[in-house]
Write a protein that binds this ligand. Structure first.
Ligand code: Q6M
Ligand code: ZN
Length: 678
């Protein structure tokens, strides 16, 4: 099992810069690398990574994506004077050359390939390469947008050739459209390219029709090119998350990549002069952690843009922390995507409906490109009604202007708020007498004897009728000490075997009495959950198969599957498109997952579930399992091991309809549930 996070940094790539006055290129400076690296050092992250060396890429590798003529042309810049460099640069759009550019571009590509090698050969599990020049705009015979060779596109072709990798996912979270990467794979179904980008109805650079949502790939590559054009600035954490939860992640699970490459531009972060977006640095930790259960953990993050040095370096650090398996800080801000983002997401889902199973069983979509149409006929935008989303948009815009006043001050106080200390011990286990392989890496916690009266007091105001049950008292004797350790930050997460699913409800209530302000309780299976359905501290989601009426509220959400077998695909999609949107809105400080027995869910599905749930509550999760044979898998997932990939699944139609109905009823309260404007 591969472990460790590789890090590539090399000062050679700082040895080129802009030699003449050329304002469109003035933001791409060598300090982008050193500032990021210094910040990594400052936070003690460099020493926790495995340093990987760079090399120059060879011509054969460059030519995986570029023409010989272009290679020769770039080569010739090494001996040019400034006048010649100027003339050469102006052949292309928004790019500059320096006598060292060719060398640096070879090192930048070589570094990227070194990272791919290290990950594919299991020398590290994942890693990040801090490189420049960036790559995603460069094309077969063209430099563009600070990019010389297309690092990530070549890395994908290299992995296919050198390792026979059959499916590669490229996630381009840079704020610009990587049109070079799109062109490299538009006819290739083995590479799924996902890019979000500032678009503003084609008003933003590089101003291409090719960047719009309806450009989906060609020939056998149709459906494997995903463009998310943002038509407004100020997109924030909720908008990015919505794009991941409603588009990228379900698609990625269906695609089942063997390798993930990230074109990691941080110009999509708050404070960037190019992007003018609002996502805070910890958002990138979330995006990273959400990708980590895929492709067996094989994740290569390669720097692209990012021009606000502070925002860039904090975001790089957040990404590396997530790669290392550190708990990710909770996201700040009201978790409500804005109307414009929802419209984009709806359009993308509509246009991709023919190509992806997970989109087939949904509410009928229709492409409603209101904003574009209105724009073209000169009508003002903004009559779509959904007060929450409109507010979010206003909020984002005020945030942008605030940020311009004093960005460093804002960032100092923000980082102080979000930086969290990881508990020393990752996983605790209630004593259970079984022989488990990873036992030595867990803390074993002794059970306490708990008397009925005692529990009654602890769970103040709770319903004590159930407490007569001996089994329940025994279970709580194991669960409460674990919760104590988690809330005191002595351990991050824990697992316990309990015969009673209902103990989850007592666990949740107990947590709120010992300090958790909000708890998410996710129950898988049939059981009577004694909970106050209107207690806003505890959000309960229960998934079960037997038909019976349960009273629903904003805080007790029963999901009754119509079909009662082989839930795995349904469960995973429900987590992405329904439970995580709810949970991000609730902002729990503890997650309790109660898993019944014989619920028709395979162990590795639960591993994916527990991994993904760790994006919440700084990774504080308590898993209560009825079946003791699941403990091994659950422990491994809680410890952060890579998870074997899932078969592609589709949400069954009847179950999809259940979610459609629930979404309609709950989206007023839980704003992140809104994924269409109608
Ligand atoms: C600059 C206009 C300056 C790697 C990257 C490159 C972006 C190039 C932007 C060119 N336009 N106001 O995607 O970040
Ligand atoms: Zn960019």
């Amino acid at each position: 099992m591969a472990s460790g996070t590789g890090l590539i940094y090399n000062e050679q790539m700082m040895s080129y810069n802009l030699l003449w006055d050329y304002p469109v290129c003035s933001i791409e400076i060598p300090e982008r690398l050193s500032a990021s690296y210094e910040k990594l050092k400052y936070y003690g992250l460099v020493e926790r990574c495995i340093p990987l060396s760079v090399r120059e890429a060879i011509e054969e590798e460059i030519m995986l994506a570029h023409s010989l003529d272009y290679l020769e042309a770039v080569k010739s810049t090494a001996s040019m004077n400034v006048e010649e460099l100027k003339t050469f640069s102006y052949n292309y759009g928004d790019v500059y050359f320096h006598p060292n550019s060719y060398h640096c571009a070879k090192v930048s590509l070589g570094a990227t390939l070194q990272l791919v090698d290290a990950v594919m050969l299991d020398r590290v599990r994942n890693g990040m390469a801090l490189v420049r020049p960036p790559g995603h705009h460069s094309q077969k015979s063209e430099a563009c947008g600070f990019c010389v060779f297309n690092n990530v596109a070549i890395a994908a072709k290299y992995a296919k050739q050198a390792y026979g990798t059959k499916r590669i996912l490229i996630v381009d979270w840079d704020v610009h459209h990587g049109q070079g990467t799109q062109y490299a794979f538009e006819e290739d179904p083995s590479v799924l390219y996902f890019s979000w980008h500032r678009y503003e109805h084609q008003q933003f650079w590089p101003n291409l029709k090719d960047s719009d949502y309806d450009v989906v790939g060609k020939g056998s590559g149709t459906g494997f090119n995903i463009n998310i054009p943002w038509n407004k600035v100020g997109m924030g954490n909720a908008d990015y998350l919505a794009a991941f939860l409603y588009i990228l992640l379900p698609m990625a699970y269906e695609f089942n990549p063997e390798l993930i490459l990230v074109s990691a531009g941080f110009d999509s972060a708050i404070g960037d002069p190019e992007g003018e977006m609002c996502a805070t640095p910890e958002c990138f930790a979330h995006l990273t952690q959400l990708l980590m259960p895929l492709a067996n953990g094989k994740l290569c993050v390669v720097l692209e843009g990012g021009y606000n040095l502070r925002s860039l370096s904090e975001s790089v650090c957040m990404t590396v922390r997530a790669l290392l398996g550190d708990p990710v800080p909770p996201l700040v801000g009201q978790m409500a995507p804005c109307i414009s983002a929802i419209e984009t997401i709806q359009n993308v889902r509509a246009v991709h409906q023919p190509y992806w199973n997970y989109l087939k069983n949904h509410d009928s979509f229709f492409i409603e490109d209101l904003s574009t149409k209105k724009r073209n006929i000169g009508i003002e935008e903004g009559n779509s009604e959904s007060s929450a989303a409109t507010n979010a948009e206003e909020k984002n815009i005020t945030m942008v202007s605030k940020v311009n006043q004093d960005f460093d001050e804002f960032m100092d106080s923000h980082m102080k708020k979000v930086l969290v200390l990881a508990p020393r011990v990752r996983t605790a286990l209630a004593s259970c007498g079984e022989k488990l392989t990873r036992l030595d890496q867990c803390l074993q916690v002794e059970e306490k004897k708990i008397a009925m009266e005692e529990v009654g007091v602890l769970i103040s105001g709770g319903d004590c009728a159930h407490l007569k049950d001996e089994n329940l008292l025994l279970s709580l004797g194991k669960i409460f000490p674990l919760i104590d350790k988690i809330t005191k930050r002595e351990v991050r997460n824990g697992v316990v075997v309990s015969p009673m699913l209902s103990s989850g409800a007592f666990a949740a209530r107990y947590s709120t009495t010992v300090g958790a302000s909000r708890v998410l309780l996710l129950v898988l299976g049939e059981a009577d959950i004694p909970t106050d359905k209107d207690d806003e501290k505890i959000l309960v989601v229960q998934i079960y198969g037997k038909q019976d009426e349960k009273r629903q509220s904003n805080y007790y959400i029963p999901i009754c599957w119509k079909e009662n077998n082989e839930w795995d695909g349904d469960l995973l999609y429900t987590l992405l498109e329904f439970i995580l949107p709810l949970a991000y809105g609730h902002r729990p400080e503890l997650v309790i997952l109660a898993v019944g027995s014989n619920i028709g869910i395979q162990a590795f599905t639960l591993a994916h579930l527990t991994h993904l749930l760790q994006v919440l509550a700084e990774g504080r999760i308590l898993v209560i399992s009825r079946a003791s044979d699941l403990v091994e898998t659950l422990m491994s997932s809680l410890l952060g091991d890579p998870i074997s990939t899932m078969r592609p699944f589709a949400l069954k139609q009847e179950n999809a309809l259940v979610l459609v109905k629930l979404r309609r009823e709950l989206k007023q309260h839980w704003k992140l549930l809104q994924n269409s404007v109608n």
